[in-house]
Design a protein around this ligand. Structure first.
Ligand code: SF4
Ligand code: SF4
Length: 268
C-alpha cells in the first residue's frame, strides 16, 4: 500500500529490536562505507565480515530470538551497535521505499511484523509518516539511494549502447535470474571490489559526492579497461548495475529491459 508523508501511521516504533531478527537488510556501498567507519575497518573488510549476497545484505548471524529468527550480526546487548550509522532499510522499517519514474514512493506492507514482534507499538501515540521519517534521520540514506538509482540507470544505458552481439541479451537474462551472491561471483574480482568497496572514506559524510565519485571510478575503469572489447564491457557494466540496483529494490528483469531498450535505440 503506497503511503504519503501526511498519512498517519497506525503504530509507533518502540525500538524493541524485534525487526532486527530475520530481516533482510539491504545495503548500498555508501552504507557499507559508513558501517566500515563505525566498526573501525576498511570498506572491503566490512563488506566481507558484515554482509552477504555479494555485498548487498547484512548478515544475520546473531542470537536467535527464541522463535527461530536469527538476529542481525550488528545487534548487541544494548540494541543496534551501529545505531547512528544504521542503513536506510532499518530507519524506514516497517515502511519500504522505491523509486518509481524518478519519484520516491513509500509503502507499508499489508502484513508487517511490528504487531507480532512489538505489540505495544500499536498502543503508542500516532504520528504522521513525514514526522517518523524526520525522526529516523533518513535524509542522507535517501540521497545515497536516489544517487545510486541514477547511476544504475546510467550504467544500464551505457551497457546497452556498448553491447554488440545478440548474446548480450541472453546472458544478461541469465545473470538477472541469479541471486545476487551468485551473480557477484561472475564479476572479475577487481570489478567486484570497485562495485562494492570503492574506498572513499573521506567522502562518507557526503552521500551525493560519495556516489558521484563512485560513479566516476566505475566509468573511468570502463573507459580504461576494455579497449577493443565492447561486448565484454557491456556485460560487466550491466552486471555491476544489477548489483548496485539490488539494495535499491530495482527488479533485475526491469533493469535488463532498460539495458535492452538502450541497445535497441543504439542500433536503430
Ligand atoms: S518491529 Fe516495528 S515496533 Fe518493533 S522495533 Fe521494529 S519497527 Fe519498531
Ligand atoms: S543494523 Fe542495527 S538496526 Fe539494522 S537490523 Fe542490524 S541491529 Fe537492527
Amino acid at each position: 500500500m503506497d503511503i504519503h508523508p501526511l498519512d498517519v501511521l497506525h503504530l509507533t516504533c518502540v525500538r524493541g529490536g524485534g525487526c532486527c531478527h530475520a530481516k533482510q537488510i539491504a545495503v548500498t556501498p555508501w552504507e557499507i562505507a559508513r558501517l566500515a567507519r563505525a566498526t573501525g575497518q576498511s570498506a572491503a573488510q566490512a563488506r566481507d565480515r558484515l554482509t552477504t549476497a555479494g555485498g548487498t545484505r547484512l548478515r544475520t548471524e546473531g542470537a536467535d530470538d527464541g522463535r527461530g529468527h536469527a538476529a542481525c550480526s550488528l545487534l548487541g546487548a544494548q540494541g543496534c551497535s551501529v545505531h547512528a550509522d544504521r542503513p536506510l532499510a532499518c530507519r524506514l522499517f516497517p515502511l519500504g521505499r522505491n523509486l518509481a519514474e524518478g519519484h520516491a514512493v513509500y509503502h507499508m506492507p499489508e502484513q508487517h511484523r511490528c504487531a507480532d514482534l512489538c505489540p505495544e507499538a500499536l498502543a503508542q501515540p500516532r504520528r504522521r509518516v513525514g514526522e517518523w521519517l524526520q525522526q529516523q534521520d533518513v535524509a542522507d540514506g535517501e540521497v545515497a539511494h536516489d544517487a545510486y538509482g541514477r547511476l544504475v540507470c546510467g550504467l544500464l544505458a551505457h551497457a546497452g549502447q556498448l553491447a554488440e552481439s545478440e548474446e548480450f541479451a541472453a546472458e544478461l537474462h541469465v545473470r538477472a535470474a541469479l541471486d545476487p551472491g551468485r551473480r557477484a561471483a561472475l564479476l572479475p574480482r577487481p570489478w567486484f571490489e570497485l562495485a562494492t568497496a570503492p574506498g572513499l572514506p573521506e567522502l562518507v559524510d557526503d552521500p551525493a559526492t560519495f556516489v558521484l565519485a563512485h560513479a566516476e571510478r566505475i566509468l573511468g575503469a570502463v573507459a580504461a579497461g576494455f579497449a577493443g572489447e565492447p561486448s565484454r564491457a557491456a556485460l560487466v557494466v550491466a552486471t555491476v548495475a544489477l548489483q548496485l540496483g539490488e539494495p535499491l529494490g530495482i527488479p533485475a528483469q526491469a533493469a535488463v529491459g532498460h539495458a535492452l531498450a538502450a541497445r535497441q535505440a543504439a542500433v536503430a
